[in-house]
Every structure is written in structure tokens, then in C-alpha cells.
Design a protein around this ligand. Structure first.
Ligand SMILES: NC(=O)c1ccc[n+]([C@@H]2O[C@H](COP(=O)([O-])OP(=O)(O)OC[C@H]3O[C@@H](n4cnc5c(N)ncnc54)[C@H](OP(=O)(O)O)[C@@H]3O)[C@@H](O)[C@H]2O)c1
Length: 279
């Protein structure tokens, strides 16, 4: 029986992957911030006869305390981890700064991935063929990191700019992780699912919300269609320490989005933010 920890495991693709793993006999821990969706996930697990293999850990992954609580709970309670799936997200139309002084989207989309990947690397190493599977925007819309103003304290905030900054950071951080664990068994897979009908549009304001919901009906994949190829990739990832995909299409992992110097710069920024968060 394999064990998977899935951030954002109570909705959308994280939930879909979790239920797929449960249905085939694996153990799944879904991490998310809302009690109601967590309860619904456990009920869904119960309905497929997997109630005893499903857990819901409530944590706010926008805060460093929430990230660290998940990491320490996993280290205390698990003997190994076969898969770590990153699927937490929440779009923020308005600028918001967390209790740690970090821009919200940056924290929910990027920072917790950095913290959990590093804090859980030891647990992953104990599995036979461990995988970090990060749902990402790789090879998708362009975006930039606002190195001198990552919280948009001075520059103009838009939800899209924040989402794209986080997305570029996710790619760079994955490249950095692979580089810093050269002898590791862990395979780090970035996977851009393209357009999938999930809870993604819920936080949008009208009329964007209505437009996106209509687009979803017309063009998006359903979660049930989107997740089986992801599970296959997790079961049989490429041999390389780092790989990236846009749906089934492999992407090159060089160029600006994976550049080592930019990755070093992000790491320095991240370490500063984490040090400031700890006070
Ligand atoms: N959907 C798409 O078309 C698409 C396209 C490209 C990439 N992606 C990526 O795919 C991943 C999954 O997206 P999705 O659309 O399936 O997501 P979703 O349906 O919006 O679900 C998001 C999940 O994240 C959790 N979450 C939100 N805020 C959180 C917080 N502060 N702490 C902990 N958990 C939190 C949510 O639960 P709570 O709200 O209860 O916390 C929920 O379980 C994301 O990384 C996204 O960027 C999606």
C-alpha cells in the first residue's frame, strides 16, 4: 500500500487524484483549510470503501505555521511517503498579505511547496520510488517574478500577476530542488493540466466568474478525465530528477524558467521571507 500526501486534496484535481489512489487500495492524506470540503472528502472515501485509508488534515497552507504543522505531523506519524502532490490554490482578486508578511498567492501556490518538499524529503527517500508531483503552469502563460517587490507593496497588484509570479517560482523551485538533491531517488514532476473544470473560478469576481464558468463548460476537461494520466505518470515517472509536462507533452527543463541563477535568487528571497516569518 502506497501513501500519498496531497495539498489541496479536498477539491478539484487534488481530490480527484486522492479518490483514484484510494479506489486502487492506497492510503491518502488530503490537506486543505476548509472543514466542510474535508468532511465531504472523507465521506466520498467512505462510499468507495476506503474510509480507513483516508485522512483529512486541516491546515492553512498560506501561513508558515500551517506549512510547518503539516510537515511535523507527517514526520511524526508516517514511516515513509511514496508521493507528495501539490495541488493547493486559491486565486485572490484583491491583494492580501499573510500574517508572515508574504503575498497570499505566493504563499498558497509556491511557498508551501518549497517548505514541504524540503521538510518531507527524508520521508520520501524511505519509499521505493518516491515522486513529487506538482500541478503547475509550466510552459503556459508567461509571467515574471517581481524580485524587488514580491508582495506588490509598491507595484500594481492584479490576481493574474500574482498567479503568474507564483507559477514561475514553482518551476524555478522544482529545478532548484532537483539540483540540490543530486543523489536522490525522488523524481520531481511538474505537470500543467491546462484547462480543467474545478473550483478554480469560485473566488473570481463577476463578470469574470460567469465568463470562466461558461468557458469551463465549453472547453475544460473534467477532473475524471484529467487525473488518470497524472496517476500513470506518477506511477512511472521519467528517469530524470526533474521533468515537466503540458498535459501529455514533455517540456524542456532548461531556459529562463529553470535557470540556475534565477533559482539561486529565488532561494535567497525565499530564505529571507522564511527567516522574517519566524521573526
Ligand atoms: N484548474 C485548472 O484549469 C488548472 C490549470 C493549470 C494549473 N492548475 C493547478 O492545479 C492545481 C489544482 O487546481 P484545481 O483547479 O484542481 O484547484 P481547486 O479545485 O481550486 O482546489 C483547490 C484546493 O486547494 C485548497 N486550498 C485553498 N486554499 C488553501 C489554503 N490556504 N490552505 C490549504 N489548502 C488550500 C482548497 O481547499 P480549501 O479551500 O478548503 O482550503 C482545495 O482543496 C493548482 O496548483 C492549480 O494552480 C489548475
Amino acid at each position: 500500500m502506497r501513501t500519498y500526501l496531497i495539498t489541496g486534496g479536498t477539491d478539484g484535481m487534488g481530490r480527484g487524484l486522492g479518490l483514484l489512489f484510494l479506489a486502487r487500495g492506497d492510503r491518502v492524506i488530503a490537506v486543505a483549510s476548509g472543514e466542510a470540503k474535508g468532511k465531504a472528502f472523507l465521506e466520498a472515501a467512505e462510499r468507495i470503501g476506503a474510509g480507513d485509508r483516508a485522512q483529512f488534515w486541516r491546515a492553512d497552507l498560506s501561513t508558515v505555521a500551517g506549512m510547518k504543522s503539516v510537515a511535523s505531523r507527517a514526520v511524526e506519524r508516517l514511516d515513509r511517503l511514496d508521493g507528495l502532490v501539490f495541488a493547493a490554490q486559491r486565486f485572490r482578486p484583491e491583494r492580501e498579505v499573510t500574517e508572515d508578511g508574504v503575498e497570499y498567492t505566493f504563499a498558497v501556490t509556491y511557498l508551501n511547496r518549497h517548505v514541504l518538499a524540503h521538510d518531507l524529503a527524508g520521508l520520501l527517500e524511505r519509499a521505493e520510488a518516491p515522486v513529487i508531483f506538482s500541478l503547475s503552469g509550466s510552459g503556459g502563460l508567461p509571467g515574471k517574478i517581481f524580485w524587488d517587490d514580491p508582495t506588490f507593496a509598491r507595484g500594481r497588484y492584479t490576481g493574474m500577476r500574482a498567479a503568474m509570479q507564483a507559477s514561475r517560482s514553482v518551476d524555478l523551485d522544482a529545478a532548484d530542488f532537483a539540483r540540490r538533491h543530486p543523489d536522490s531517488k525522488i523524481r520531481y514532476v511538474l505537470y500543467n493540466p491546462m484547462f480543467v473544470k474545478t473550483a478554480m473560478a469560485d473566488p473570481l469576481k463577476q463578470p469574470m466568474k460567469g465568463v470562466t464558468k461558461v468557458m469551463e463548460v465549453l472547453f475544460a476537461q473534467r477532473v475524471e478525465q484529467a487525473v488518470p494520466p497524472m496517476a500513470r505518470l506518477m506511477d512511472d515517472p521519467p528517469r530524470e530528477a526533474l521533468s515537466a509536462f503540458r498535459r501529455g507533452k514533455p517540456l524542456p527543463v532548461d531556459g529562463e524558467d529553470f535557470d540556475p541563477e534565477r533559482a539561486d535568487r529565488l532561494r535567497a528571497l525565499t530564505e529571507r521571507l522564511l527567516a522574517e516569518a519566524r521573526g
